[in-house]
Design a protein around this ligand. Structure first.
Ligand SMILES: C[S@@+](CC[C@H](N)C(=O)[O-])C[C@H]1O[C@@H](n2cnc3c(N)ncnc32)[C@H](O)[C@@H]1O
Length: 216
């Protein structure tokens, strides 16, 4: 099984890879509360059937894939992330059955209609070309497949403040979205049956989970 696809260039080339190469060794400890809370909210909105296939885009250190692997031992799992050091941590915690590829959301190294479910957690605010990434997710989904995205929600004032701060001071950050912007992006990228739940996981973090479908 190929666990590394080197389509993402050197980790020193871009701000996202620089940022996550630096964070990788301490990411799980430092962000434990946040990752576990968003992971629970995301899992609660994913319906995985027996034998199905799931792709995690921006899988980072693999926490969501690990939870899916434990909860559904008979499914097929894959994860992509552009940052080698994040994938190295994921590789340590996951079984060899999970396919890990080094790649960006905007250009996925999979054939069309490969997955029943595509999921992405805490990653969307880094994407420079959101429509291209969503169209890639649509491409790799099977007909009637489901997309589930969890990320910050700009409808919360605290998130809008974080977004503005990070746009100025953090080169890796790109943009957070309001629910209605997210609906617009998903529908203009070809998704239907879109629902978005927003919720807070702490006084600071206001989140949303969007679920959307590919037509049968
Ligand atoms: C905050 S971490 C989230 C990791 C994991 N999903 C989690 O919830 O713990 C963001 C991850 O997104 C990845 N990332 C950033 N931009 C990306 C893109 N355009 N395509 C795919 N992954 C990306 C980063 O390398 C990083 O590992």
């Amino acid at each position: 099984m190929n666990r590394r696809h080197n389509a993402a260039g050197s980790d020193h080339e871009c701000p996202v890879q620089k940022e996550y190469s630096r964070l990788a060794p301490k990411y799980d400890d430092k962000w434990s509360f946040y990752v576990q809370a968003t992971l629970r909210q995301t899992l609660a909105r994913i319906e995985v059937g027996s034998g199905q296939s799931v792709l995690d885009i921006g899988c980072g250190t693999g926490a969501l894939l690990e939870a899916l692997e434990k909860q559904y031992p008979d499914i097929t799992l894959a994860g992509v992330d552009p940052t080698r050091k994040m994938l190295d941590v994921a590789g340590e915690r996951l079984s060899n059955k999970v396919r890990l590829e080094r790649s960006w959301a905007e250009s996925l190294p999979f054939e069309a209609e490969a997955f029943d479910i595509v999921v992405s957690c805490n990653m969307f605010h880094y994407i420079r070309q959101p429509n291209a990434a969503l169209q890639e997710a649509l491409r790799v989904l099977k007909p009637a497949g489901r997309l589930v995205i969890t990320d910050w929600c700009d409808d919360y004032l605290t998130c809008r403040i974080c977004d503005l701060f990070l746009r100025v001071f953090n080169k890796a950050h790109f943009k957070t979205y309001r629910k209605n912007e997210c609906v617009g992006l998903l529908s203009s990228s070809g998704f239907d049956h879109i629902t978005i739940d927003s919720y807070k996981i702490s006084w600071l973090w206001g989140m949303m989970t969007a679920t959307a479908g590919k037509s049968p």
